[in-house]
Design a protein around this ligand. Structure first.
Ligand code: BJW
Ligand code: ZN
Length: 289
């Protein structure tokens, strides 16, 4: 890993707020479109910002709290061990919100671009999102880095299954209210979702803080990043690792990288292009087919 990337990890941990104050003008869209036309292998790396216009709160923006908790307090193996009931309420709420949400113009622009150019270029979406909206928009070639809200994993036999039930178990019916004044969670463990094969407690198939990403998924994403010639970094704060390293590493080896965000991030200055604004507006303009 090069020194400048190591330095940036350090910076992003200690002074994200300082970076947020640095502004940068949007780049020349036609120059980026030229690079896109010439590209053979394109990666779109997305984060929570792409789903913001579908009504799904981002992690680090306003609305990132559930009750009094940051996601970083609930999306951990420790929180699940202490209170699986509370964590399941949080995920039940998130599953319901995402199920009601619709893919927006940003998701759709990406899916349409793949449909139109997918036979002549390699186009891969690598998403940190767990909401399933890229697939619902029609994206086919997708790597979900952090898992999926509608998959469960058995804590005992480790089986991963798709589960779109609403609610996922009767005890979660009418639970998960996000209001700050709701305290605690008292669902008995035996009433939470359990594995049909081995009776183990199920958990969301999501990569929580401090957990390693699935090595196969990480390798696939790493290989894809290494072979891309153009990368679009869409709606991510670029502060969560290892995903935060992907695009700066691609830029460092000479790939053309463009960031789409409503504000600069700690990674903005690593990239050749920056397009400021809601990606439901900027992406359709850049990817128009
Ligand atoms: C718009 C917009 C619009 C808004 N249009 N834009 C190396 C260095 C330092 C720390 C670590 C490291 N390696 C690992 C760590 C620790 C940790 C980490 O990175 N912590 C950081 C916070 C410092 N990483 C891990 O624990 C990872 N595990 C790992 O690497 O294991 C090995 C290891 C462990 C520990 C130490 C060392 C090695 C796992 C990370 C898994 C991330 N999981 C989460 C939670 C999922 C839970 C859930 O969803 O239920 O995934 S964290 C959360 O952040 C979620 C997201 O996928 C992820 C990224 O967030 P994202 O998508 O960028 O969202 P936001 O909200 O941050 O940003 C939104 C952006 O959109 C903003 O920029 C807005 O401006 C923008 N925006 N509207 C365009 N309309
Ligand atoms: Zn099991």
């Amino acid at each position: 890993m090069c020194i400048s990337l190591l330095r940036r990890i350090n910076y992003s941990l200690v002074s994200y707020s300082t970076f947020k104050m640095v502004s940068r003008q949007s780049s020349d869209i036609n120059k980026f479109k030229d690079a896109l036309r010439a590209a053979k292998n394109i990666v779109i790396l997305s984060g929570a910002g792409i789903s913001a216009e579908s009504g799904i709160p981002t992690f680090r923006g306003a609305g990132g709290l559930w009750r009094k908790y940051q996601a970083s307090a609930l999306a951990t193996p420790e929180a699940f061990k202490t209170s699986p009931s509370l964590v399941w309420e949080f995920y039940h709420y998130r599953r319901e919100v995402a199920a009601k949400a619709q893919p927006n113009a940003g998701h759709i622009a990406i899916a349409n671009y793949e449909t139109k150019y997918g036979s002549e270029k390699i186009i891969t979406v690598i998403t940190q999102n767990v909401d399933g909206l890229h697939v619902r928009a029609g994206t086919k070639n997708l790597i979900e880095l952090h898992g999926n809200l509608y998959k469960t994993r058995c804590t005992k036999c480790k089986e991963v299954l798709v589960n779109t039930d609403s609610p996922i178990c009767p005890a979660l019916e009418n639970r998960g209210a996000p209001d700050a004044n709701v305290v605690g969670s008292d669902i008995l463990i035996k009433e939470l979702p359990h594995c049909k094969k081995c009776s183990g407690l199920l958990r969301p198939h999501i990569v929580w803080f401090g957990e390693s990403l699935d090595p196969d998924v990480l390798k696939k994403a790493g290989d894809t990043m290494e072979s891309c010639d153009v990368c679009l970094v869409v709606g991510t704060s670029s502060v969560v690792y290892p995903a935060a390293l992907f695009a700066p590493q691609a830029a460092a080896r000479g790939a053309v990288v463009a960031e789409f965000n409503i504000e600069p991030t700690p990674a903005t200055h690593d990239f050749q292009f920056y397009f400021e604004g809601p990606c439901g507006t900027t992406l359709p303009t850049v990817l128009e087919v």
